[in-house]
Design a protein around this ligand. Structure first.
Ligand SMILES: Nc1nc2c(ncn2[C@@H]2O[C@H](COP(=O)(O)OP(=O)(O)OP(=O)(O)O)[C@@H](O)[C@H]2O)c(=O)[nH]1
Ligand SMILES: [Mg+2]
Length: 304
């Protein structure tokens, strides 16, 4: 229904942060709801390093969903930044989704976050994710354990991979949101510049193709991204930074094969994002122990 100013009555809107331990499936949920890939995903913890918003438009509501890095015990300047990013994200939101992994033991890491959330007056929904991996009986046990984590407006089991029960989650979120305006244009789907998403697509491939410390040691910077005059191809020049010479060797690979592989997979994702052909030029450089240095953490844009 519209009033005489053309504004929708009863329109609801607000910012909703997803928080939780690393690897619980926060970014997977963001992408599922956004119906496209905005955040990168991996089976390794501490993948997300930015606060990333997706704008979800509904008939009578606009939800700005904010993905955050997994909360964990920080070991270096990067870890400190990641946790700070989560706390900043929590400051101004209208609702919080606290995500736990139902296929794992609900433990001290979850409890630590639950305690922090207990101090927030914001409405909170506890989400048990990955139910596709959990037997019905085990899920009931997990629900009982989860209830002990605190007071929540609702507890909703979902699968962010299959989308099971996600509609119920959205319904509940909209119910909890205040009346408000449409904050963003209806055709805007994220606050992330294409340049940042492109850098993240490269980092995702590097994370997926390497092991142990290497995934955590990679940062990516897009130096240049511009369409050619004919408009058919976008040129992207990017550098992968690692912390040690040995890691550089791993990323380049035998006869450059690893880097080529990272490049061709990331390029395919970029072409989908941009809707045009991409020429991607990748370099690898060492920035010794960059994760320990505040200034490099800032240089790579991990600042909030
Ligand atoms: N089976 C199953 N796997 C899932 C589900 N949701 C996420 N995953 C997997 O869990 C892993 C972690 O997913 P992410 O979305 O990157 O997790 P995250 O919480 O964003 O992780 P950080 O950014 O490190 O905090 C990936 O391998 C996902 O494919 C789910 O509902 N079911
Ligand atoms: Mg993530």
């Amino acid at each position: 229904m519209k009033n005489e100013n053309g504004k929708k009555e009863n329109f609801k809107s607000g910012f909703v942060a997803i928080v939780g331990r690393p690897n619980t499936g926060k970014s997977t949920l963001l992408n599922f709801l956004a119906k496209r890939k905005i955040a990168i995903i991996s089976d390794k913890p501490q993948t997300t390093r930015h606060r990333i918003s997706a704008v979800l438009n509904f008939e009578n509501a606009q939800v700005v969903l904010v993905d955050t890095p997994g909360l964990h015990k920080p070991k270096d300047a990067l870890g400190v930044h990641l946790n700070r990013a989560v706390r900043n994200a929590l400051r101004d939101v209208d609702a919080v989704i606290f995500m736990v992994d139902a296929s794992q033991v609900i433990g001290s890491g979850d409890l630590f976050i639950a305690k922090e959330l207990a101090n927030l007056a914001t409405p909170k929904i506890l989400v048990l994710n990955k139910i596709d991996k959990v037997k019905p009986h085990d899920l009931e046990v997990q629900l009982e354990v989860a209830k002990q984590l605190g007071d929540f407006d609702d507890i909703i089991p979902i699968s962010a991979s299959t989308g099971d029960n996600v509609d119920k989650l959205i319904e509940k979120i909209i119910e909890l949101l205040p009346k408000g305006p449409q904050y963003y244009p209806g055709d805007m789907f994220t606050d992330q510049p294409e340049r940042v998403i492109a850098a993240e697509f490269i980092r995702e491939q590097a994370i997926q193709m390497t092991r142990e410390e290497v995934p955590h040691s990679v940062a990516v910077e897009v130096q240049e991204m511009k369409p050619r005059k004919d408009g058919e191809i976008v040129d992207i020049f990017a550098t992968l930074f690692v912390e040690r010479e040995s890691q550089k060797g791993i990323l380049i690979g035998k006869e450059g094969r690893m880097l080529k592989d990272i490049g061709s997979k990331a390029r395919a994702e970029m072409e989908q994002l941009l809707g045009s052909k991409v020429y991607l030029d990748l370099r690898v450089r060492v920035k010794k122990d960059w994760r320990k240095e505040e200034r490099y953490v800032k240089q790579f844009g991990y600042t909030e």
